[in-house]
Design a protein around this ligand. Structure first.
Ligand SMILES: NC(=O)c1ccc[n+]([C@@H]2O[C@H](COP(=O)([O-])OP(=O)(O)OC[C@H]3O[C@@H](n4cnc5c(N)ncnc54)[C@H](O)[C@@H]3O)[C@@H](O)[C@H]2O)c1
Length: 274
């Protein structure tokens, strides 16, 4: 097809490519005060979703929600420590009070650890990674289920999106605790996808490679030039991903267009795992 005939063919359908529709969806996102979470919260609110951003970082989270409100977007902040069960339960009680239900929960809060070979990794590093990156996700999945099951049984779909990592599918040297936690997130995602499909609740994971966020900038600052180049060139596209390249996919997942996707790991890695 020549360029002009393809333009003609498109014009028969109108040149309208609407963004994935999330208007009116009630969405809670953890780790929404920075990086991938903040970018996703902004895209979702811009497209008309009602968004709760939850994070340990109150000041940054409040500033993002305030800016959104000033632009007439529906976004509120609530403080949470995902590693603390009571804090998570309080967050979901707040969400129910705010929205009366939840359509989508995005478990994105996470931490890394200083790159180290396994035999040098401290108990503290290991325990904290599991507590936030794995048990934190589990706390939120369980709380999300408690909210969504009532509506799911009544026919309203629910969707939980876990932000895992390519390190949850294949590891790299020096990140064993992080990788163990992210592999665990994949296990939780797949188990829940099978268990709760009959209740109309789906579970999917997003698996980014290195994305330009404060977390990755912090890692880069701890490496020499050779290490930094290795990270930047880990993807065949030979660059870090941008947060917008993740948040756009997250927004699509939040829309009804993803309705037959369940138990999937959406890899966004510039071809790293190809
Ligand atoms: N940036 C990457 O290259 C990359 C790649 C793959 C996966 N991920 C994952 O994406 C998610 C977001 O990462 P990011 O790069 O945007 O990082 P980031 O550091 O910019 O943001 C993470 C957010 O999580 C919050 N957080 C940390 N611990 C918390 C806790 N206990 N309770 C509540 N909030 C907490 C932080 O305050 C921060 O706002 C993480 O789960 C991370 O593992 C990131």
């Amino acid at each position: 097809m020549t360029e002009s005939s393809s333009i003609t063919a498109l014009s028969q359908y109108g040149n309208d490519f609407p963004a994935a529709n999330v208007s009116g969806k009630r969405i809670l996102i953890t780790g929404g005060a920075s990086g991938i979470g903040a970018a996703s919260a902004k895209v979702l609110a811009n497209r008309g979703a009602r968004v709760i951003i939850a994070d340990l970082a109150s000041e940054a989270g409040q500033a993002i929600a305030k800016e959104a409100s000033e632009h007439q977007k529906d976004m509120v902040f609530h403080k949470v420590d995902v590693a603390d069960k009571d804090s998570v339960n309080a967050l979901f009680a707040f969400a129910m009070q705010q929205f009366g239900g939840l359509d989508v929960v995005i478990n994105n809060a996470g931490i890394d650890h200083k790159p180290k070979p396994m035999h040098e990794l401290s108990d503290d590093d290991f325990d904290r990674n599991i507590a936030v990156n794995l048990k934190g996700v589990w706390h939120c999945m369980r709380a999300a289920l408690a909210c969504m099951l009532k509506e799911g049984v009544a026919g309203k779909p629910g969707h939980v999106i876990n932000v895992a990592s390519v390190a949850g599918l294949r590891s790299s040297p020096m990140i064993s605790a992080y990788s163990a936690a992210k592999h665990g997130v994949m296990g939780l995602t797949k188990s829940a996808a099978i268990e709760y499909a009959k209740a109309n609740i789906r579970f999917n994971a997003v698996c980014p490679s290195f994305i330009d966020t404060p977390m990755v900038q912090n890692t880069l600052s701890q490496l020499d030039e050779r290490g930094q180049k290795a990270i930047v060139k880990a993807s065949p596209l030979r660059r870090l991903g941008k947060v917008e390249e993740i948040s756009g996919a997250v927004a699509w997942l939040c829309s009804d267009e993803s309705s037959f996707m369940n138990g999937h790991a959406l890899t966004l890695d510039g071809g790293m795992l190809a």
